[in-house]
Ligand binder design. Sequence first.
Ligand SMILES: [Zn+2]
Length: 66
Amino acid sequence: MKWIMRKCVKCNRYTLRQDICPKCGGELIVPHPPRFSPEDKYVELRLKMKIESNILNTNEKPFYCV
Ligand SMILES: [Zn+2]
């Protein structure tokens, strides 16, 4: 989903306009820039471990013994 909300740096007004603040004509910024959360990293890590464990499971001779 694309973040379309903007926030005025002068009056802190939230707006859907992309250029300038409709209230005071101030500069608009993205209030919450999209970024990677730590959970996304864990999901990626889990997926990686899952794939690696699948590779190990299909291996006829595992190199480890528990
Ligand atoms: Zn403003």
